[in-house]
Design a protein around this ligand. Structure first.
Ligand SMILES: Nc1ncnc2c1ncn2[C@@H]1O[C@H](COP(=O)(O)OP(=O)(O)O)[C@@H](O)[C@H]1O
Ligand SMILES: [Mg+2]
Length: 341
């Protein structure tokens, strides 16, 4: 069932190429997040005018909101090279040293999942970020010595879905920090229009609105749903994505009017039916639904919380009256459908 999932955290290799095509390269192609974009534009322009490296940048927020995209855009707008890695790939200090010592002046170095840096790597990064130098240990045992290697000024862009897990000393070394939030439905509609244009998908306005309202405020989800609706429109009809196709398509994907899929509803149902509405701890909840705690907390919960369906309390998760209403509604819808059959 995992393969059909359309949530932001899932990986679809066959869609990589299109995802790449859809990725904005310039700030003006990056839709929504006005305040953040305006600020970034100023900081980028200022750094360019001074011919200095841009201050280090930190992005946090749920998956699929554009953190990696923005890191690439920053490099592009600065007119410098972009190097990307993720914290789990930096196993030994040598891995980090190898990148930092070959990075060009004022270039952008992107570290994804930066909350997962090993302590020894993180400390090395402190020096690199602050003083543009690193200490490298040469040799072993009594003969070992430390040498300082100077680095050219560079911009570190760090991204994470878990701000809470980034250490204070690391966080404080970023001069520009920003939390990305879910997009409004209007912004998602513009993103769908842009993607439909690039992929030459014909789309009715009403269909666009419907896809947007089921996209969980997340550009990556919007792009995925758009591609799935294109498939349905192509096979079921003449290729035009109509409101009717979207209705049927979403129902085939088991995605409801709020954009919740079966697993989201299972989470709500579990809290309500098995734990009397909560509170229930996230670990217990994760086990009950058969997902990793990380996935539950990073991928599913933020949207359920944003929609006011569950609340995070110190003693665990509780379902709100909106969750009861939503599930009840869903229940009645499917009973109606049963009657029709
Ligand atoms: N503001 C935006 N405007 C247009 N497309 C976007 C925007 N943000 C994200 N996307 C699209 O969503 C996809 C996922 O974004 P990504 O940067 O990989 O998210 P994150 O790194 O936060 O998980 C990108 O490939 C891009 O096509
Ligand atoms: Mg990313």
């Amino acid at each position: 069932m995992k393969d059909n999932r359309v949530t932001a955290g899932t990986f679809h290799p066959e869609q990589d190429q299109e995802e790449y095509t859809l990725r904005p390269r310039k700030l003006k192609e990056f839709l929504g997040q006005m305040r953040l974009k305006e600020n970034l534009a100023v900081f980028i322009q200022a750094a360019k005018q001074r011919q200095e490296s841009l201050d280090h940048v930190f992005f946090s927020g749920p998956p699929g909101l554009g953190k990696t995209t923005l890191a690439g855009i920053i490099a592009n707008e600065l007119g410098v090279q972009f190097r990307a890695t993720s914290a789990p790939a930096l196993e030994r200090p040598g891995d980090l040293a190898a990148i930092l010592t070959t990075i060009g002046e004022n270039n952008v170095f992107f570290i994804d999942e930066i909350h997962r840096l090993r302590p020894i790597i993180e400390e090395m990064l402190y020096n690199a970020m602050e003083d543009f130098e690193i200490d490298v240990v040469m040799g072993q045992g009594p003969g070992a010595r430390t040498i300082k290697i100077p680095l050219p000024p560079f911009t570190l862009v760090g991204a994470t879905t878990k701000t809470g897990l980034v250490s204070g000393p690391l966080y404080s070394r970023f001069g520009i920090t920003s939390r990305l939030d879910f997009y409004t439905d209007e912004d998602i509609e513009s993103i769908i229009h842009r993607s439909a244009g690039i992929l030459t998908i014909k789309l009715e306005e009403a269909a666009c609105t419907m896809i947007a309202s089921r996209s969980r405020g997340t550009p990556r989800v919007a792009n995925r749903l758009l591609r799935r609706m294109r498939d349905f429109a192509q096979v079921w009809a003449d290729g035009l994505v109509t409101a009717e196709i979207v209705m049927r398509g979403m129902s085939s994907l088991d995605i409801d009017s709020l954009g919740l899929d079966k697993l989201d509803r299972d989470i709500l149902k579990t809290v309500i039916e098995n734990y009397k509405g909560g509170p229930v701890g996230s670990e217990t909840l994760a086990i009950s639904i058969g997902e990793a705690v990380d996935t539950l907390e990073d991928v599913y919960e933020p949207y359920l919380i944003q929609k006011g369906l569950i609340q995070r309390t110190p003693r665990g998760r509780t379902a709100t009256h909106l969750a009861y209403e939503h599930l009840d509604l869903k229940q009645r819808e499917s009973e109606d459908q049963q009657l029709l059959l």
